[in-house]
Design a protein around this ligand. Structure first.
Ligand SMILES: NC(=O)c1ccc[n+]([C@@H]2O[C@H](COP(=O)([O-])OP(=O)(O)OC[C@H]3O[C@@H](n4cnc5c(N)ncnc54)[C@H](OP(=O)(O)O)[C@@H]3O)[C@@H](O)[C@H]2O)c1
Length: 298
C-alpha cells in the first residue's frame, strides 16, 4: 500500500521545498499532510489549496500521527529537543518510518560528537536507536547534505554580508565544503521514502549533497550571480570557539549557537564523506551556480 506521509515544521526554511516535492509525487502516496498547530492553520492555505491535508494538533501528541506511516520532521533549533517526545508519540500511533530533522553535515564525525550545535540531534539519534530496538518494524533515515546554498547566501551567520559586499570565514578559503539546494534535498528525501531499506536494516544514512566547492569559489560564484564582488577575510577558527564560550558563559544561547555554527562551518569536517548516494535517485543535482540562480530567480 502507498505510504501516508506527514510533515512537521512545514512552514520553516526547508519545509516548503519538502511539501512541493511531495506534491510532485502525490500519486505515490496515500496521504500527504502537514501537521499544524491550531494558531498556524492559515500559514498553509496555499498548500491546502493544492491538495495537501492539514492535520491540526500538537506535534508531541499521538493523535495527529494516527493513520500515517512516515513522519518527516523539520523542526527548527528551538524545538529540536522535543524530537524524542515526537518520536514516541508517532511510533505509538503506528508510524514506522521517521526522518529526523538532520539535513546537515555528518554529525558522527569525532569532532562533532560534542559540538554544541548538534547536541539535540545527537540526543534524537540515540532515542531513535533505542526505539528501533523496542519496535522491530520501526526504521529511520538520516539525510546528509552539507550546507544549503540558500543558507550560505542568505543567513548572515555563514559570513556573507551582501550589503557591505564582505565575506568573513573562520577557516581556509581554499578548503572545500559540500553544498546542496533545498529543492534537490527535498527531491532526495521524498524519493527515498519510496526506496525500501535493505532487509534487516532499521537505520539508513543517505549522503546526498549536490557537490563540493572550494569556499573561495562558492563566494565568487555567489557574487557573479548577484552582480557583486565580495571582499573576503579569514579569521582563526579558535576565535569563533572563544566567542562561542563567552556567549555560553553569559547565558546567550543564540550567540553560543551562532558561533558554534561559524566554527563548524570553518572545520574541514563539514564536508560530507564519500561514498555518496546520489546515483540511487532519478535526477542529476544542480550545480552551485544553478542553485544560486534558481533561488534568486523566484
Ligand atoms: N545544512 C544547512 O545549511 C541547514 C540550514 C538550515 C536548516 N538546516 C536543517 O534543516 C532542518 C530544518 O531547519 P529549518 O531552518 O527549516 O527550521 P526552522 O525554519 O527554524 O523551523 C522549522 C519549523 O519548526 C517549527 N518551529 C520552530 N520553532 C518553533 C517554536 N518555537 N514553536 C513551535 N514550532 C517551532 C515551525 O513549524 P511550523 O512551520 O509548523 O510553524 C518552523 O516552521 C534542521 O534540522 C536544520 O538544522 C540545515
Amino acid at each position: 500500500m502507498a505510504p501516508a506521509v506527514i510533515v512537521v515544521g512545514a512552514g520553516g526554511n526547508l519545509g516548503p521545498s519538502i511539501v512541493r516535492a511531495l506534491l510532485v509525487h502525490k500519486e505515490d502516496f496515500r496521504r500527504v499532510a502537514i501537521l499544524a498547530a491550531p494558531e498556524k492553520k492559515g500559514k498553509f492555505a496555499d498548500f491546502e489549496a493544492q491538495g495537501v491535508e492539514l492535520v491540526i494538533g500538537d506535534y508531541k501528541d499521538s493523535n495527529p500521527y494516527q493513520g500515517f506511516d512516515v513522519v518527516i520532521s523539520l523542526t527548527g533549533n528551538d524545538i529540536m529537543k522535543f524530537q524524542p517526545q515526537m518520536i514516541d508519540a508517532a511510533v505509538a500511533a503506528g508510524v514506522r518510518h521517521f526522518y529526523p530533522s538532520e539535513f546537515g553535515v555528518d554529525i558522527c564525525q569525532p569532532p562533532f560528537l560534542s559540538e554544541r550545535y548538534f547536541r539535540d540531534k545527537h540526543v534524537t539519534r540515540k532515542h531513535l536507536r533505542a526505539k528501533a530496538k523496542e519496535v522491530p518494524e520501526f526504521c529511520f533515515t538520516y539525510i546528509i547534505i552539507g550546507v544549503f546554498a540558500e543558507s550560505f547566501a542568505l543567513t548572515p551567520v555563514f559570513g556573507v554580508d551582501q550589503a557591505k559586499k564582505e565575506f568573513t570565514f573562520y577557516g581556509d578559503l581554499e578548503s572545500e565544503r559540500s553544498f546542496s539546494s533545498m529543492a534537490d534535498t527535498a527531491r532526495y528525501t521524498v524519493e527515498s521514502i519510496l526506496i525500501p531499506l535493505p532487509p534487516g536494516h532499521q537505520e539508513r544514512t543517505l549522503q546526498v549533497p549536490n557537490g563540493n566547492w572550494k569556499v573561495k569559489d562558492a563566494i565568487k560564484i555567489l557574487g557573479e550571480v548577484q552582480g557583486l564582488q565580495y571582499t573576503c577575510s579569514t579569521k582563526p577558527l579558535n576565535e569563533a570557539r572563544e566567542l562561542q564560550e563567552k556567549s555560553r558563559q553569559s547565558g546567550d544561547t543564540d550567540g553560543e549557537l551562532a558561533f558554534s555554527l561559524k566554527a563548524l562551518f570553518g572545520t574541514p569536517y563539514s564536508i560530507v564523506p564519500k561514498p555518496w548516494d546520489n546515483s540511487k535517485f532519478s535526477f542529476a543535482p544542480m550545480t552551485l551556480r544553478e542553485m544560486f540562480i534558481s533561488f534568486y530567480e523566484k
